[in-house]
Ligand binder design. Structure first.
Ligand SMILES: Cc1ncc(COP(=O)(O)O)c(C=O)c1O
Length: 392
């Protein structure tokens, strides 16, 4: 079936940004459903086994592994990238895939290539998670390092689209697996009228919910979700190891929204990069920042680590009181938290994940989508709290 003009515009724009072929890009309703197709193909093509990923992530990035009948196994991350640390990665031949996540949009080509090489060493598929950096791929001298790359147009990602995802299939990847994934992605059904309507209503609904007092907003959001009158960023089932829908393609309206946003991606990235540079200038010496986050990088949020968990929470409180929306992405681990971590392959307190757990405890992330004045105000609040924090 020939792609509609909006889908063609999106795949062409993504291909142009990445120096790839538009025919290797496929659109999905949310990135997590692209991952679901990929992991299901891995399970069917390579049999049961593990997908190596990280706990410093969203539950929706692990649900597709469980939904495919594979077993998540978590590797510890590097504090420089908040992504799997190649220096400490140990893989066995139970690994069917390894996820290289560009957390917050930090793309470390060299480390990503080393994780990819380790994955290939045990015959595992290299799945790049570029959910936080749509249109960016890790590369080495010979080109993109991943076999598959997952991109998000979802809620609180780089572009203000709220819905949509894209999957890039490397033409050099294992032909059997690649063919399986391409066939399935090309044949996905389009989302139905209800989800299309909810996607169109999303911005207005969130606007109203965010204006309600905190004590009302959460219950109202949950009630609307239960009534299937609101499509949340993370559904209740997505904290219980399940995805609520089958994999689907975006509606024409969603694809048009994605197509309309992509021409502004350079501008959006420049704006985010400017705020990252400003945060780095104002706070880089006062707090711990992942070394892989360079000033000017177009990060989806600017992450830093407070000296300890209580200080991180005080910073978030103070920012909230100052009317600045800061994130606690990824505290708790498998954000925003899951009912049964063991089901997700995570045993809290596991010494093998000590770095990840320490970073989860101390993380704060600041918005990069606003203006410089707001960033300066946020930095002042952070400095005030951190300067007053007891030394540990
Ligand atoms: C690291 C990571 N991967 C994947 C996803 C899934 O993206 P989407 O919301 O488009 O399904 C998210 C979303 O929260 C994420 O943070």
């Amino acid at each position: 079936m020939a792609a509609d003009p909006a889908t063609r515009a999106v795949t062409q724009a993504l291909a142009a940004r990445t120096g790839t072929d538009p025919g290797d890009w496929f659109l999905v309703f949310k990135a997590r459903y692209g991952m679901a197709v990929v992991f299901r193909a891995v399970r069917e093509g390579r049999g049961p086994g593990e997908v190596v990923t990280q706990i410093f992530t969203c539950s929706t990035a692990v649900d597709p592994i469980l939904a495919a009948g594979l077993t998540p196994r978590h590797a510890d991350v590097s504090p420089d990238t908040v992504s799997i640390d190649p220096d400490r990665l140990v893989l066995t031949d139970a690994a069917r895939a390894v996820v290289v996540q560009h957390t917050f949009g930090i793309v470390d080509d060299e480390r990503a290539a080393r994780v990819a090489a380790a994955a290939r060493g045990v015959g595992a598929l290299v799945v790049e998670d570029s959910a936080h950096c749509v249109g960016r791929l890790a590369r080495d001298a010979s080109g993109p390092v991943a076999d598959v790359s997952i991109h998000s147009f979802g809620v609180e990602k780089v572009l203000p689209t709220h819905f949509g995802g894209a999957v890039w299939l490397n033409p050099a990847a294992d032909a059997g697996l690649r063919g399986r994934m391409a066939d399935e992605l090309a044949g996905l059904p389009v989302v139905g009228a209800r989800l299309d309507l909810l996607a169109r209503a999303y911005r207005a609904e969130v606007g109203v919910l965010n204006r309600l007092p905190g004590a009302v907003s959460g219950p109202a959001r949950r009630a609307l979700t239960a009534l299937r009158a609101f499509e949340p960023a993370v559904a209740p089932a997505e904290g219980r190891g399940r995805l609520p829908y089958r994999a689907m393609r975006p509606s024409p309206w969603m694809a048009q929204t994605m197509a309309a946003a992509l021409p502004r991606l350079d501008e959006v990235e420049q704006g985010r990069g400017a705020l990252v540079a400003e945060y780095q200038r104002l706070l880089g010496d006062a707090v711990q920042v992942p070394a892989g986050a360079r000033p000017g990088d177009p990060l989806v949020r600017w992450p830093f680590f407070a000296p300890d968990g209580p200080t991180a929470r005080r910073v978030l409180h103070a920012l909230d009181a100052a009317g600045i929306y800061a994130g606690s992405w990824y505290r708790p681990a498998l954000f925003p938290g899951v009912e049964d971590p063991q089901r997700y392959g995570y045993r809290p307190g596991d010494p093998a994940l000590a770095t990840s757990e320490d970073l989860v405890e101390r993380v704060v992330n600041l918005p990069t989508g606003g203006d410089v004045a707001e960033a300066r105000r946020a930095a002042e609040v952070v400095l005030r709290v951190v300067a007053g924090a007891p030394r540990t």
